[in-house]
Design a protein. Sequence first.
Length: 390
Amino acid sequence: MSTTTFNPIAESGRAARREGWVDALRIVACAMVVLSHCCDHFTAAFDSNYSFFLTGTAIGSIVRPCVPLFVMMSGVLLLPINNNVSLSGFYKKRVSRVLIALIFWSLLLPVACYFYFNSVGGSSVNPAVDLTAYTRSGLVNRLWSWIFNFNYDTTPLWYLYMLLGLYLAMPIVNAWLATASRKDLRAVLIVWIATLFIPIIKIVAPLCGYAGNYGNLDIWGGCDWNVYGTFYYMSGFMGYILLAYYMVKYPLSWSNRKLAVIGSLMFAAGFVLTFGGYVLLQKYFPGNYSYLEIAWWFTGINVFIMTWPIFEWFRRSSIRPRKVLTYLAGLTFGIYLCHFFFVMVGYDLFNIASLPAVVRIALNLIFTFSCAAILAALLKSWKVTRKFVS
């Protein structure tokens, strides 16, 4: 689409979309997502196989910026929204795209898992899988309960529910960005960055004697009858959307050497906090995901300081647009949607006692990414199924 008048913000956004780094980062972020899920089943071994747990947690912590990077790419690719696109037009194109994919994969993945775990996967030793759940009644439940939320078979689809929320709010944010100054945007981002400390504060508060209200340990107005605390409206993934917009519109002036040093220190610190935090929480809250995931929250300060340098390194890279990059980047949405099934198959396929965990994870990454890419390419090549992966 083209605009009738020159919009410098829109022009800079479209320029970014034509650069090779955008495609390259989409591919890398997608591979990181796949790798993180290849680690999950080893992390789930916990104390029963501590070596597996440490390996899965370490690699899983390294690639934790995967989802924030995906979200930031949405900010690069979609903001600012074209002046000729109406609110209804934006919703019709973006929301319907996500809904179609959500419905299709919410129905297909449970069926695929049901048949797999009742055939060749029936002897799976995957610690994250409950084989007793793969009954006909369990399948029926999975086939309709997606209207409320995802299930284990469709775990990655949590992202689509969240993405729908971002798309609904994006036109409102876009209208504000049209008049917001650099100072305004920076002020909002500072408040958002402050909210990234909330996960840590929620852990520390009870240790300092905070008893909560009526057994609820939420903070700053959060309680059993109100989940919308003080910073609710200034937190979450929308901050990553705004951050990406800011970083592209107002490029950082640091030298490459300065960025390399500070960026590397930030990433290293973020990894230590993420990995160390998960291991420490496992010690005090063994197997309790409600606590363990705090260290892996995508909207935690530790993950943020790992995400920022990766985005900036790619943004200022000299990667040129290439047809192969553009093609693979176009498959990433489809790869994301279907990869989890192949991750489970790959865990059983490479469950070879003589192979160390890191080798099994690497083999599963190659297997899963390849199978998911082939399936996404096949579905995208046919007009009837293209809407399910793009």
